[in-house]
Design a binder for this molecule. Structure first.
Ligand code: KIV
Ligand code: ZN
Length: 510
């Protein structure tokens, strides 16, 4: 009763973040990491929303063993059927049904009376129960619903077989004391074997505080996302809830079974794949979360770490920037170091990382843990088999010349070269690539940042492209920012091509 169930909805509510779009293979990569993190439930998507969503749920259900795999559905037979079909190969499937219950949603969105809401909820849970045992029910906008009506809906769906009752603060309106009291009210009236879950949005910046108040009052499942991404201002962040419950264990008195040492890596991964950066002062995973700037603080930390640190960065897998490897280090040393960072890879991937490591060591001399994580991430998350790879580029740029780029790209055994002028070096580079791949993407976003420290830091470029109405993100890392830009662009194009092929295959029924 004291164990907290972590329900991760990065791939569903998280993907509803403005600007985020994940390919099925990127979703699978994240799901695999979530399983390593030991989350209990992965909400893999909303299958009726698109072919892509349904396919991702199917893929994750087939490939990811361990956590419960959940699919979202409205209280509509077609939604339920599609969701159940997507869950067919999951070992532990869960159906998550939702129906709005608040007065404002009843009146303006659904145009339905209370009695109709009760009838629909009852019928749909009972219909779904014929096919699946594990059903979660969410009365959407619960925190703006009349408490007595909310209780009536909850009792109705429990009577029909729902096993988890999720009480969403859909619009982020709740405050901790009030939300805690609502959870207590429900907990006292709902049978103990039914898990009460919480799902908080961050419109007033209270999503984590509200989730914690709910735990204090009897909720035993928390719905959350990596980095707190999600609809509008986002959802409650998994890493913040987890570390609150762990660091203040005595206060909350609950157990967390997450492998928290994977938190930092998965935070980076989600940020790269969605193209949504993590703010530097973000609790737990922000770049500054464990940095001490003032002299007084630094002095204190040197004398006794706990003077200014309430948790050790290692707990969440933040590597200490110790020097580890140089250009003379061998494959075995690399493998051991990666393992100590929680990255286990097969021989083939190790060879690829080793190749990149050697190139980087030639440029940087000193390769630290953070560099290694970036390399490993590059190789392990390049979620798609690339159609195009960069062979060579040459840029001419300056204040008195029109920038030009020559680019050579490999497509299997074929080498293609082309050149273009542009408004700037990156523009010229991208135009030359467009000529080679014969696609004209619209560049929606271009972000550049240093991912490791020092003058020879590795630069990371994240681009977001719109191609034929499909939004894809791509990432490239290099000590040369023009090379990182080319890699990011090609990565996004490769994502697009792989997604297009998948959709084609699906239509062919394979
Ligand atoms: O915020 C919300 O109400 C939701 C439901 C589907 C649970 O995301
Ligand atoms: Zn939500």
């Amino acid at each position: 009763m004291d164990r907290i169930i972590f329900f991760d909805t990065t791939l569903r509510d998280g993907e509803q973040s403005p600007g985020a779009s994940l390919t099925s293979s990127a979703k699978l990569t994240i799901a695999r990491h979530l399983a390593k993190l030991n989350v209990d439930v992965i909400e893999a998507g909303f299958p009726v929303a698109s072919e892509d969503d349904a396919y991702a749920v199917k893929l994750i259900g087939k490939e990811v063993k361990g956590p419960v795999i959940c699919a979202l559905a409205r209280c509509v037979p077609k939604d339920i059927e599609i969701a159940l079909k997507s869950l067919e190969s999951a070992q532990k499937p869960r159906l998550h049904l939702f129906l709005a219950t608040s007065e404002i949603h009843r009146k303006f969105k659904l145009v339905k009376a209370k009695s109709e809401i009760i009838r629909i909820a009852k019928e749909m849970v009972s219909f779904a129960k014929k096919f699946i045992d594990d059903i979660e029910f969410s009365p959407e906008d619960a925190t703006r619903t009349e408490p007595d009506f909310l209780l009536e809906v909850c009792k109705t769906v429990v009577d029909e077989g729902a096993r988890t009752l999720n009480i969403p603060d859909t619009v982020g309106y709740a405050v901790p004391e009030e939300y805690g009291a609502l959870i207590k009210f429900l907990r006292e009236k709902i049978p103990q074997e039914i898990v009460i879950s919480v799902h908080c949005h961050n419109d007033l910046g209270l999503a984590v505080a509200n989730s914690l108040a709910a735990v204090k009052n009897g909720a035993r499942q928390v719905e959350c996302t990596i980095n707190g991404i999600g609809e509008r201002a986002g959802n409650a962040s998994l890493e913040e809830i987890a570390m609150n419950l762990i660091v203040r264990k005595k206060y909350y008195g609950v157990r967390v079974d997450l492998e928290t040492k994977h938190i930092y890596r998965i935070s980076k991964l989600v940020s790269s794949l969605t193209g949504i950066p993590v703010q530097p002062n973000k609790a737990i995973v922000g770049d500054n979360a464990f940095k001490h700037e003032s002299g007084i603080h630094q002095d204190g930390v040197i004398k006794c770490r706990e003077t200014y640190e309430i948790m050790h960065p290692k707990m969440v897998g933040i590597p200490e920037s110790t020097l580890v490897l140089g250009k003379h280090s061998g494959r075995h040393a690399l493998k051991l170091r990666l393992e100590s960072l929680g990255v286990s890879v097969d021989e083939n991937t190790l060879n690829k990382i080793f190749e990149q490591f050697k190139k980087l060591a030639d440029k940087k001399k000193e390769v630290n843990d953070l560099d290694l994580l970036v390399l490993a991430e590059q190789e392990t998350i390049s979620a798609v088999e690339p159609t195009y790879t960069l062979e060579y580029f040459h840029i001419i740029s300056g204040t008195s010349t029109l920038p030009s780029a020559t680019v050579r790209i490999r497509k299997k055994n074929e080498i293609i070269e082309d050149a273009s002028l542009g408004d700037g070096p990156i523009d010229a580079l991208y135009k030359a690539i467009d000529r080679i791949v014969k696609i004209s993407p619209k560049l929606q976003e271009y972000k550049i940042s240093a991912v490791t420290g020092g003058k020879d830091a590795q630069g990371e470029v994240i681009v977001s492209l719109m191609i034929d109405g499909m939004r894809v993100a791509g990432k490239g890392v290099s000590t040369d920012i023009i090379e990182a830009s080319a890699r990011a662009y090609l990565n996004a194009i490769n994502q697009y091509l792989s997604r297009k092929n998948l959709v084609k295959k699906k239509y062919r029924g394979t």
